[in-house]
Design a protein around this ligand. Structure first.
Ligand SMILES: Nc1nc2c(ncn2[C@@H]2O[C@H](COP(=O)(O)OP(=O)(O)OP(=O)(O)O)[C@@H](O)[C@H]2O)c(=O)[nH]1
Ligand SMILES: [Zn+2]
Length: 345
């Protein structure tokens, strides 16, 4: 091992500390999950890296989790998460898949040229707000754009408190403005479409090669890649970086909270419509129609809100439906099995 880290450098803080009793602290130690393999977790603690074999009695864990382990290195318990990214498992499974825990900040990267799209950004914001992490919108390729301020203002319209930063991802002076979110102990993830400059940004911020070096740990001794799964990397003096392959697809389900935060302006307007079941089409006293007319609310934003709401309702309903169907099916299996057993006796 070439590096050792303090608990604080690994992301430890009061939120986790207060979950432990003094007795627990004396008898045990804590560690952070840095990668998740088929049968084991890789953990990082101030004393170094260890593996923990998964057992069926353990709760579901994911990269970024903090766990308590005893002196023998056995699992004791999982600590409550500060933030959590999860999604419906790919395919038709009814399971919720945990993606990454305890990410503090997500850089939502969008370029100021061809990729610029406010509705897509709202989808990303919904995802990040649902997880409880802090979004920072990073608009790249500022050096190639001659109306940066106009586009920046359009993004700022999505939320007065939203962090919006324009950068040239290839220039370290320019990316300085992102430093406040890259401090030791801060866990960072980067999301955005292909080609927008995510890798360039990380290389500029973290120092060229740091990530490449970190990724080598995922190779076996023969230099073969053993995993392409999500993993957490500590970069000395800079912070923690969550590598998140597979988190790019934007299928939204169970994101009610994220929607409410991202579209809090629309939520607030709906509360003031005269009728509680207002469809915002032609009712008198409709606050949404009034805001559209006055220009306070943009038609595009409303339509995107309605689209994401429909999608989330549909996905969540089908998820609930599948859960119910699965339950009914296993009940039927059990009944059939019990019937067969009876006949045999
Ligand atoms: N001029 C300029 N070029 C940039 C900027 N950011 C990225 N690029 C260039 O855009 C191209 C794509 O950048 P990448 O960093 O590979 O993009 P990415 O988001 O990591 O792409 P994927 O790996 O496909 O997800 C590269 O040629 C970069 O040099 C920027 O701010 N300004
Ligand atoms: Zn209305």
């Amino acid at each position: 091992m070439t590096n050792s880290f303090t608990l604080a450098e690994l992301g430890w803080g009061p939120f986790f500390q207060q979950q432990l009793t003094l007795e627990e602290l004396e008898a045990n130690t804590v560690a952070r999950v840095i990668s998740h393999h088929k049968s084991q977790l890789q953990l990082l603690a101030p004393l170094g890296e260890t593996a923990l074999h998964l057992s069926p009695t353990m709760p579901s864990l994911c990269v970024g989790d903090w766990i308590v382990i005893d002196q023998q290195g056995s699992f004791v318990r999982k600590l409550e998460r500060m933030t959590l990214f999860s999604r419906k498992s790919p395919g038709s499974s009814i399971n919720i898949q945990l993606l990454a825990a305890n990410i503090d900040t997500v850089f939502l990267v969008m370029s100021l040229n061809h990729d610029f799209n406010l509705s897509r950004l709202e989808r990303y914001l919904t995802l990040v707000n649902e997880a409880g992490a802090e979004p920072v919108v990073v608009l790249t390729k500022a050096d190639l754009c001659n109306h940066t301020e106009t586009l920046r203002n359009q993004v700022q319209q999505l939320g007065p408190l939203l962090n919006v930063v324009c950068v040239n991802a290839l220039d370290s002076d320019s990316t300085c403005s992102l430093r406040p979110w890259c401090a030791p102990g801060k866990t960072l993830a980067v999301l955005g479409s292909s080609g927008v400059g995510k890798s360039s940004l990380l290389n500029t911020l973290l120092g060229t090669g740091s990530l490449a070096t970190a990724r080598i740990r995922e190779d076996d001794s023969k230099g073969r890649h053993t995993t392409t799964a999500r993993s957490l990397h500590v970069v000395k003096n800079i912070g923690l970086f969550m590598d998140t392959p597979g988190m790019r697809e934007l299928q939204l389900s169970d994101v009610e909270e994220g929607l409410a935060v991202t579209f809090s302006d629309i939520d607030a307007l709906i509360q003031t419509c005269r009728f509680t079941d207002c469809s915002h089409k032609n009712e008198p006293g409709c606050a949404i129609l009034k805001a559209l007319k006055s220009g306070e609310l943009e038609e595009r934003r409303l339509q995107n809100y309605q689209k994401i709401s429909r999608e989330q309702a549909l996905n969540s309903a089908s998820l609930a439906q599948r859960r119910a169907k699965d339950k009914a099916l296993s009940k039927m299996y059990r009944a059939t099995l019990a019937g067969n057993m009876k006949r045999k006796t």
